[in-house]
Design a protein around this ligand. Structure first.
Ligand code: ADP
Ligand code: MG
Length: 467
């Protein structure tokens, strides 16, 4: 019996991979055909096919051999019987909407609310629109683990052929688990293959702000044209569109124009579409056209791998005890995990110490855990003090260089430590225009890379803030 063979193999796979891996990649597979040379396994979608081919083929061949079956090749074939069977048996958490991840998903679209024709005119753009990609987010430096492997596979599939598979891709999950990293990685990978591709990454906050500006300055058509001419539109943190009716309307038309032209749309959110309050139903239903993936918190092994990799990027190798200590200290938010690691590394770097468990515990443990709430005001005051100027100079109108740079550093810290929105950062520093905040944060991020004095200033400031 073919089926019995495959059930045996699955049983053995189940005990040799993690539960999440089994559920995600194996559970719904079945044997379609088996002869002396070839074994054909039916799978529910292209990710599973890719993943089995790339990562698990050897395991499968080994297990087959163990059971006395030695085909020359194993083919994985996307098969409708597997895709539809999925619906009943689906108990896993990764795919959590009704949207079937079959290759044809996302292809059906209604013509009922066709948007106005997309314009590709760029000319006359007065706004300093930016592509918005940060090259530090790549697939190469993304650690794949049980919580994110499906999202990772989906993003890779999209990077290979944007607009053809999962459109839109809707990624959701908690704070700091790598949503922005992954969706930016897609953009960076596409640009690397095709520098001419017009990738637009935008945070929803910025989209809202730019849309309001466009209306105010009567530049609506520039705005619409810009977004509708994207080959790939990546919109981060869509939950911020809740309650903004006009922006939702604009986004709806942008979405339709792009989708109709087979342009890839990628959306992230901290919650699934049905949990975003005051999201218009028509947008909700658009988001369900393609594929939704729930990103889970990283498990312990993934957290350890992330810490090790990030430490190595800083040229440090950490003892296993330190790695495990950090992985236990911060369990869900990778941004915080990085924060704890950076704090430890900065502390040791400045004192030329090798990080060990006693430094880690005394620095990060117990009462000296980083306070949850540093205020924006504290950051501004600390920064002013560090550069020996007055806090009022930072928030005031002066534009001298010895004030502008500290002001940019303060903006950077407001972003990196408090994750404030750009409009809020601008307001905290008495600026009207949020694009100043965007440019400042980006400038400091860039310059830290090659200006050792600036790098030291920023790490000293961070250390003082948490002291
Ligand atoms: P989110 O957008 O989900 O809030 P981010 O993508 O901003 O989270 O991730 C927070 C930080 O953690 C970023 O610096 C990111 O590079 C890092 N990070 C998250 N997940 C991973 C991962 N799997 N591998 C490496 N770094 C990661
Ligand atoms: Mg994010």
């Amino acid at each position: 019996m073919q089926d019995r063979l495959w059930q045996t193999i699955l049983g053995e796979v189940e005990v040799s991979v993690s539960r999440a891996q089994f559920v995600t990649w194996f559970k719904n597979t079945r044997l379609l055909r088996h002869d002396d040379d070839t074994l054909v396994v039916g799978v529910q979608n292209i990710f599973v096919k890719n993943q089995l081919e790339k990562k698990y083929n050897k395991l499968i061949l080994d297990l087959l051999a163990k059971n006395g079956v030695t085909p020359k090749t194993v083919n994985y074939r996307i098969h409708s019987s597997v895709a539809s069977q999925k619906k009943d048996t689906d108990s896993h958490k990764s795919l959590s909407t009704g949207a079937e991840p079959s290759v044809s998903a996302g292809r059906q679209r209604s013509t009922a609310d066709t948007p106005p024709t997309a314009t590709t005119a760029h000319s006359g753009l007065s706004h300093s629109y930016r592509q918005g990609l940060n090259e530090k987010y790549t697939f190469e430096n993304f650690i794949v683990g049980s919580g994110n492997e499906l999202a990772y596979a989906a993003c890779q599939a999209i990077a290979q052929s944007p607009g053809t598979k999962y459109n839109p891709l809707f990624l959701y999950g908690g704070v700091g688990i790598g949503k922005t990293h992954l969706i930016q990685a897609v953009g960076n990978a596409i640009v690397a293959n095709n520098p001419a591709a017009h990738i637009v990454y935008i945070s929803t906050e910025q989209f809202v702000q730019e849309f309001l500006d466009a209306i105010r300055f009567k530049r609506n058509t520039d705005f619409a044209g810009y977004y509708r001419s994207a080959d790939v539109l990546i919109v981060d943190d869509i939950q911020f569109i809740a309650g903004k009716e006009k922006t939702q309307d604009e986004f709806f038309h942008t979405f339709n124009a792009l989708h109709q032209a087979n342009k890839q749309i990628i959306i992230s959110s901290d919650k699934p579409p049905h949990d975003i309050p005051t999201l218009e139903d028509r947008l909700r239903s658009r988001f369900a056209w393609g594929m939704s993936i729930d990103m889970q918190n990283p498990d312990f092994e993934t957290r350890c791998a992330i810490i090790q990799t990030k430490a190595e990027l800083h040229g440090m190798t950490l003892e296993p005890a330190v790695v495990e200590y950090l992985a236990n200290l911060v369990q869900s938010n990778i941004r915080e995990l990085e924060g704890a690691l950076n704090q430890l590394l900065a502390f040791c770097e400045m004192r030329s110490l090798q990080p060990d468990i006693s430094i880690a515990t005394s620095l990060l443990g117990g009462a000296r855990t980083r306070p949850k709430h540093i205020s924006a005001r504290q950051i501004i005051e600390r920064t002013a003090k560090h550069f020996q100027i007055e806090a009022e100079d930072l928030t005031g109108p002066k534009r001298d260089k010895d004030i502008v740079v500290p002001r940019q550093v303060a903006m950077y810290l407001l972003r990196s430590e408090l994750h404030l929105s750009f409009p809020k950062i601008a307001r905290e520093l008495g600026r009207k225009d949020h694009t100043t905040a965007i440019h400042s944060v980006e400038k400091i991020e860039r310059e830290i890379g090659y200006d050792p004095d600036l790098k030291t200033a920023v790490s000293e400031l961070k250390e003082q803030l948490y002291a």
